[in-house]
Design a protein around this ligand. Structure first.
Ligand code: NAD
Length: 458
């Protein structure tokens, strides 16, 4: 069973995630004419990228060599922080992109972490649990001291979960006995230092960010989730919890999809029925009382809110003109390409960007890290309250930055003309100012101010 994106790229659009991340960054720097050129270069490249090749004795008796990556993009605002992805399509460039998004995400959410990411190219569907345990232990031991509680802290991402994080912790702890190593990884099981609320944190953050943007009248005729028609791509950690939380707020989830395709019922879907069907068949597709659709059709369904919560590069130049949602909220990392961003902006469809929308995961990871460091355990209400506060504040900060940039646009353009003669700024500011550019500008300003205050070492 292949997990590669089933939506064919029908244009020659560059879907390399690292190039996408760099274009997004370049666009944002167009709004920052006074940013020191050296800093642009500094922020664009990862501080460190490691690739490890390691053998694993698999349960079928063979030996297989796997390729793993760990990229530390920035440690300006704190230790690197970022998930660990197991997927056949993992590449060094994908991990580089994901690591840079973590830097900007942590800055938008205002948690004191930098950005990092890891991944192993493997297909978990073809491996059993013992294989995954061996891969995890060997990968973490190969990384050695390149991860650590105060340097670079992994977490779950696609196809990894609390169990994987328990193995990460156990391996690191075996190699570094005698210290409190719990903060070396987040997303751990509750009885091994995990935080209440971490499992659903990303989705809960998406809920709070969505509520805050709806509250700000981003859609003239909708100020809450009650009665909204919602489409979700992805039936994993993020997708399933978004389903549940949006339903609780009165939204109707009319379509969902996984790697096999999608299902539609305009009257609304039932989570328990989908879960039972998926347990029996391995996919959401084919559930009684639903219409089977392709992932492409799923993304183009008319709805109030579309939540891509699977993989990157799903909304592109070729299908963006047909996206029929009123609002896109990015659960996944990098689901919208820069060309699609421009098309959606011209069409007046706002996109709540990944570096804001899905920051709830890293916010609660930060809470877990704090609890581990202090040997504390917060209750669920406290986690929810603190997450709500941070996600709402981050969303308001991004909205405020968007209005500020919009107002200052003529002055920014003028300043740009002056600075362009001295050093090139890659992109002229776009109109209208998207929430993505606003989030990037906010994040770059926050990282730049710390970088300048700390000074460039030595
Ligand atoms: P997951 O492994 O739990 O689920 C991924 C889902 O995507 C599965 O349902 C899978 O079937 C589906 N999928 C895979 N290929 C697909 C395709 N081609 N078309 C449609 N669906 C496809 O992963 P997750 O943790 O839910 O992460 C989903 C996205 O959210 C990723 O982009 C991830 O980086 C991002 N994210 C996750 C977290 C987190 O805390 N888990 C935090 C921030 C961002």
């Amino acid at each position: 069973m292949s997990e590669s994106p089933e939506i064919p790229n029908t244009t020659d659009e560059d879907l390399n995630p690292y190039h996408m991340a760099q274009t997004q960054f370049d666009r944002a720097t167009g709004y920052l004419p006074h940013l020191k050129t050296g800093l642009i270069d500094f922020f664009k490249r990862p501080r460190r990228a490691i690739t490890v090749e390691f053998p694993v004795l698999t349960e079928d008796g063979g030996v297989r060599v796997f390729t793993g990556h760990r990229v530390l993009h920035s440690r300006v605002r704190g230790p690197g922080k970022g998930g660990l992805r197991y997927h056949p399509d993992v590449t060094a460039d994908e991990v580089r992109a994901l690591a840079s998004w973590m830097t900007w995400k942590c800055a938008v959410a205002d948690v004191p972490f930098g950005g990092a990411k890891g991944g192993v190219a493997c297909n978990p569907k073809e491996l059993d649990e013992a294989d995954l345990r061996h891969i995890t232990r060997r990968y973490i031991s190969e990384l050695g001291d390149f991860i650590g509680p105060h340097t670079d802290i992994p977490a779950p991402d696609v196809n990894t979960n609390a169990q994987t994080m328990a193995w990460v912790y156990d391996t690191y702890d075996a190699l570094h006995p005698g210290s409190n190593n719990l903060p070396v990884v987040t997303g751990k099981p509750l009885d091994i230092g995990g935080s209440q609320g971490r499992e659903e944190a990303t989705a809960r953050g998406i809920l709070y960010a969505t509520q805050a943007v709806l509250d700000s009248q981003i859609l003239p005729e909708r100020s809450s989730l009650a009665g909204a028609d919602v489409v979700i791509q992805g039936w994993g950690n993020v997708g399933t919890h978004v389903f549940e939380l949006f339903r609780e707020e009165g939204a109707r989830i009319i379509a969902v999809g996984d790697s096999q395709g999608g299902i539609l019922n305009k009257e609304g879907l039932d989570k328990a029925e989908i879960e039972e069907h998926r347990r029996d068949t391995g996919t959401v597709v084919g559930l009684n009382g639903t219409i089977t659709i392709t992932n492409e059709q799923l993304l183009e369904l008319p709805c109030d809110i579309l939540v891509p919560a699977a993989l990157g590069g799903q909304i592109r130049r070729d299908n963006a003109p047909r996206i029929s949602a009123e609002l896109v909220v990015e659960g996944a990392n990098g689901p919208t390409t820069p060309s699609a961003d421009s098309i959606l902006a011209e069409r007046g469809i706002p996109v709540v960007p990944d570096i804001l929308a899905n920051a709830g995961g890293v916010v609660v990871s930060y809470f877990e890290w704090v609890q581990n460091t202090e040997n504390e355990q917060w209750d669920l209400e406290e986690v929810h309250r603190k997450l709500h506060l941070r996600m709402t504040r981050a969303t308001h900060d991004v909205l405020a930055k968007q209005s500020e940039l919009q107002q200052r646009l003529p002055a920014i353009r003028e300043a740009l003309e002056e600075t362009r003669s001295k050093h090139p700024v890659p992109e002229v500011p776009h109109q209208p100012v998207t929430l993505r550019s606003a989030a990037y500008v906010l994040a770059i300003e926050r990282v730049a101010s710390v970088a300048l205050a700390r000074g460039i070492w030595p």
